[in-house]
Design a protein around this ligand. Structure first.
Ligand SMILES: Cc1cc2nc3c(=O)[nH]c(=O)nc-3n(C[C@H](O)[C@H](O)[C@H](O)COP(=O)(O)OP(=O)(O)OC[C@H]3O[C@@H](n4cnc5c(N)ncnc54)[C@H](O)[C@@H]3O)c2cc1C
Length: 380
């Protein structure tokens, strides 16, 4: 076992941190309050290779691994989780799904512009009536000549409005259950494919979360992604990777909240001394630091396993479950350390408190992660 970060990884960490501090930090509250999706920032991240992190250079990507990927998502999320979730959804969900299961033509046509950041990716699994039970998908696709005709609605799609390319799951054979759901690649501008309501969210308000609607949407046969009927099965494999990035999102935000609490505890004076001198505050800081470190280790192990081509279903869920819950605890304590100022928007604590909650919900709730982990434990 080697717990040291390579020089290359440290350099990537430094570049992302510098970018986040220079290009993101000053705008975080303004974007949050106005619910502004900063498309230009995403494009800049594309220039740096961060929208095609683990895609090989021949398909326009940076050719890095999951270890680098979690570091990138963590560093961005340390400053703004909205950017972190955007980068995560683009890389591991949309681009990752097409790269893993697409044919050569699809890799050239879709992965290439996504990996270069010329196009923004979305991934639509969740529906109004099919969330945790995503196998209960109701969107349907019926073959008509050389096209599939999609009808239905997806909800909570990250980049539902701004996405140029969207991978969507739809039922192609109702009688086949989970083996009757297929994945399709949709492009902005296809007739009958359009965004619906943009959600007004508790947190991560600068990320774009929208409904996506398919109304007699004609999708050419060649846009079927993966084997017919395998879309849901492939989606679960995509989530094995995606959940690691939500763990990284959680760790990044937890780290940001912890640093804010530490800084404040050293500045704020009560009873004639810095509150950091009170053992009650020290214990909070100690617990925060310890839990973040444990979550980071779980996440890096899952990332390393992905890089080795190993199956990570249990490890991804463990990392996501633990990191998500740690982030919620850390952000809660961050507000507490700030006292009344933790409740006020001039300080970063309240935003972390709102943003982290997504981590126990998105890409499978904590309850669903426990179900997955239990199933894997009992299977082995
Ligand atoms: C900001 C944001 C971004 C998102 N981005 C995307 C995206 O890009 N693409 C996408 O497809 N989806 C996305 N989602 C959707 C997300 O993955 C779902 O919200 C999540 O999977 C939960 O589904 P649900 O909201 O329908 O909750 P439900 O499934 O209705 O769950 C409600 C409650 O019931 C519990 N529950 C449900 N079933 C069980 C069970 N069997 N046992 C125990 N408890 C259970 C849940 O844990 C939860 O506490 C996003 C969501 C948000 C909020």
């Amino acid at each position: 076992m080697d717990f040291t970060f390579s020089e290359e990884l440290l350099e990537i960490k430094r570049i992302v941190r510098e970018f986040a501090e220079k290009e993101i930090r000053a705008h975080v509250m303004e974007w949050d309050e106005n619910q502004t999706f900063p498309l230009d920032v995403l494009k800049d991240l594309g220039q740096l290779g961060f929208l095609g992190v683990f895609i090989p250079p021949e398909y326009g990507g940076a050719g890095l691994g999951y270890t680098e990927y979690v570091t990138i998502v963590e560093e961005l999320s340390r400053v703004d989780g909205s950017i972190g979730i955007s980068v995560a959804a683009h890389n591991s969900l949309c681009t990752g799904h097409i790269y893993k299961f697409g044919n050569e033509d699809q890799r050239r046509r879709f992965v290439m512009p996504l990996a270069k950041g010329e196009k923004i990716g979305a991934w639509s699994l969740t529906e109004p009536e099919a969330g945790s039970d995503a196998g209960g998908t109701q969107t349907v696709a019926r073959l008509d000549g050389d096209d599939w005709i999609l009808n239905g609605q997806k909800t909570f799609t990250t980049h539902g409005t701004y996405g140029d390319i969207c991978v969507a799951m739809a039922v192609t054979d109702k009688s086949a259950g989970h083996h009757g759901i297929s994945a399709f690649i949709l492009e902005k501008g296809m007739p009958g494919f359009f965004p619906g309501k943009k959600e007004n969210k508790l947190g991560l308000r600068a990320s774009d979360t929208s409904t996506v609607i398919f109304e007699d949407c004609r999708v050419p046969k060649e846009n079927l992604l993966g084997e017919l009927g395998n879309g849901f099965i492939d989606a679960l494999k995509v989530l094995d990777g995606g959940r690691i990035s939500i763990a990284a999102l959680a760790i990044g935000m937890a780290q940001g909240a912890y640093e804010a609490a530490l800084h404040y505890a050293k500045q704020r004076r009560q009873f004639g001394k810095a509150i950091a001198e009170f053992q009650a505050i020290q214990f909070k800081l100690a617990d925060m630091a310890t839990e973040i470190e444990a979550a980071r280790l779980l996440t890096h192990r899952a990332a390393w396993m992905q890089d080795q081509g190993m199956q990570t279903t249990a490890q991804s869920s463990m990392a996501k479950l633990y990191a998500g819950e740690v982030a919620v605890r850390v952000a809660n304590e961050c507000v507490q350390v700030h006292g009344g100022y933790g409740f006020i928007k001039e300080y970063p604590a309240e935003k972390f408190y709102r943003d982290v909650k997504l981590c126990t919900i998105g890409e499978g709730t904590s309850e669903i992660q426990r179900l997955v982990i239990a199933r894997e434990i009992l299977r082995s």
